[in-house]
Structure formats: C-alpha cells, structure tokens
Design a protein around this ligand. Structure first.
Ligand SMILES: [Zn+2]
Length: 144
C-alpha cells in the first residue's frame, strides 16, 4: 500500500467548538481540514523555506495555508454553486490572533480572512490550476 503524504490531527476541543457554530458547522470543519491539508502540500512540495523567508514568525506559512484553503473553497463552489464558501473566511477570521511577536503568530483575523478570499478568487474567478494557485499564493504572502 502506498504511504500517505501526511496525517491531520483534529483537536477534540477545536472540533467541538467548530461543530457548535451556528452556520454550516460541517463546512467550518472542512475549512480547518483544508488549511491543514495545505500544510501537507507545503511539505510535499518543499515550500517551507521559501515561505518562511527568514521571517521571525510562521505567519507567511499560515497565510499561504489559508490561501490554499480558500482556493479549495473556490474549487468546491465551481462544482456546487450553493457551496457556502464564505464560511471559510468566517472561520479563519474567528481564529486569527494578535500575537505579532509570537513565533506562532498565524495572522490577524483580517489577514487570515483576506488570504482565504484571495485564494478563493484565484480558483473561482481566475480559474487557476492548483500549481498556479500555489505560486500566486506564495507571491501573495510574500507581499504581506
Ligand atoms: Zn496552520
């Protein structure tokens, strides 16, 4: 059997909180999973050093994962017009932080939601391929 590229662990408390959300909790769960799968893709494509770029925090890596999660939401919406893709931006916004000097700073709520929207537009409006989306996403986070 071919080995997996990675494993996503979903913390019980985050899962419980996400499932308790009022609007489309199942889609909010998929938004978190899409962000985590994006990290697996980043590792597989060996993008970490390029993304980190000597920055003191992991923010660019995290915003790139948000961008790719948004990219996925756009691809889903192309398949299914009523897919509630906006939930991705709402979820990312809700877990943004203001720990600017903390190494684990993931981006502010607004930065995270904006990365989701940019990724969404790259797939849904601009119809980029995943390979193109990965690269435009890198350009996006490097300009932040
Ligand atoms: Zn992350």
């Amino acid at each position: 059997m071919k080995s997996a590229d990675g494993t996503v662990l979903f913390g019980r408390s985050l899962l419980k909180a996400t499932l308790a959300e009022r609007e489309d909790p199942d889609v909010a769960v998929s938004a978190v999973c899409a962000h985590e799968y994006a990290h697996i893709l980043q590792y597989k494509k060996q993008l970490m050093n390029r993304l980190q770029g000597g920055q003191p925090t992991v923010k660019r890596i995290e915003l790139h994962a948000d961008y790719l999660a948004g990219f996925f939401a756009g691809a889903r919406k192309l398949q299914k017009a009523d897919y509630p893709a906006a939930v991705y931006a709402t979820k990312a916004h809700s877990i943004g932080d203001y720990m600017f000097t903390d190494r684990n700073h993931h981006g502010t709520p607004d930065e995270r939601a904006a990365a989701i929207v940019a990724g969404f537009n790259a797939s849904y409006r601009e119809r980029k391929t995943l390979a193109q989306g990965i690269e435009t996403g890198i350009g996006y986070v490097q300009s932040r």
